[in-house]
Design a protein around this ligand. Structure first.
Ligand code: GUN
Length: 292
């Protein structure tokens, strides 16, 4: 079994981006990070995005509207950021409070600034194998991890566990694309799928993105499979100072001995998500407003 080291692969990408940004004379790329409310996981993710931006030389503009912000007010904020020529990329962290229609917010972001890749135009471009748009960060990070750890999906059975807008659906489309590294045979499973273990056991590459702690157990995995664990779940643990520990969607202790390769949690997909956001922000800066 080989561990896929997301920290190491992300660090290499970040170093490349840092060198690229250092060459930019004048105004540097700028990323607006919007976090509504104080969800503890979101606080941690947005802080990480802010720190990584600073490390690369991307300026970040963190905006923290109150949890009570109305949907209309958040739309107005997006419109202001869309119109601001000094802002290259916009990310509104999910989850958002329940008065907000999250998909409508993703859709409102100008396609040329949608570095999160969750708007209609950019998701559509993934379906069309059009590389001029922005691929959402976690799916792009998964493809980069696979490519940089020598897994070619061509002809392989890729089973995606989860059909979310942020991970499951776009990663399935990417694995299916007609391009080098992709060309997978893709099955998407979800909460209504019958006899799930029978399907996951067929996976050459299993991508677990359902947000249920340690859901994937050894009986669900084919020996020799590549397992990508997208879950980042906090489970109570009194022995930790924080009061919790992080686990993935895969029961690592029992599944990892079976796999040819597996991503750990933390240190697998998570750092790649941040690195791909940075890559998209530099791309948005380079393209200016010309991608719409
Ligand atoms: N929350 C967890 N992952 C993501 C992501 O990729 N984008 C946004 N906007 N929110 C998230």
């Amino acid at each position: 079994m080989e561990l896929i080291d997301g920290n190491k692969i992300a660090a290499a990408l970040i170093a490349e981006l840092k060198a690229e940004v250092a060459q930019i004379a004048g105004r540097k790329p700028c990323l607006a990070l919007v976090r509504v409310g104080d969800d503890p996981a979101s606080v941690s993710y947005v802080t990480k995005k802010e720190k990584t931006s600073a490390e690369i030389g991307i300026s970040s503009n963190v905006i923290l509207p109150p949890v009570t912000i109305s949907h209309g007010e958040l739309i107005a904020l997006i419109d202001r950021l869309n119109a601001d020529p000094t802002v290259d990329g916009i990310l509104v962290q999910s989850p958002m409070p329940k008065q907000i229609d999250e998909v409508a917010i993703f859709r409102r972001i100008a396609p040329g600034k949608d570095v999160d890749g969750l708007g209609t135009m950019n998701l559509g471009k993934v379906a069309q194998d059009d590389e001029t748009g922005f691929v959402s960060c976690t799916p792009a990070g998964i493809m980069e991890l696979l490519a940089r750890s020598s897994t070619d999906l061509k002809g392989k059975h890729v089973v995606v566990l989860g059909r979310s807008l942020i991970v499951g659906k776009p990663v399935a489309l990417l694995a299916l694309q007609k391009k080098a590294g992709a060309n997978g045979t893709v099955t998407i499973c979800h909460s209504q799928t019958r006899d799930l273990p029978a399907i996951t056991r067929q996976a050459d590459v299993l991508i677990a993105a359902i947000g249920r702690p340690e859901f994937v157990t050894a009986d669900m995995v084919k020996p020799g499979a590549v397992v990508i664990d997208v879950g980042i779940n906090r489970v109570p643990d009194a022995s930790k100072k924080s009061g919790y520990r992080l686990v993935g969607d895969v029961h690592f202790a029992t599944v990892s001995p079976l796999c040819s390769q597996i991503t750990p949690v933390p240190g697998g997909v998570g750092p790649m998500t941040v690195a791909m956001l940075m890559k998209n922000t530099v791309k948005a800066f380079r393209l200016g407003a010309s991608t719409d």
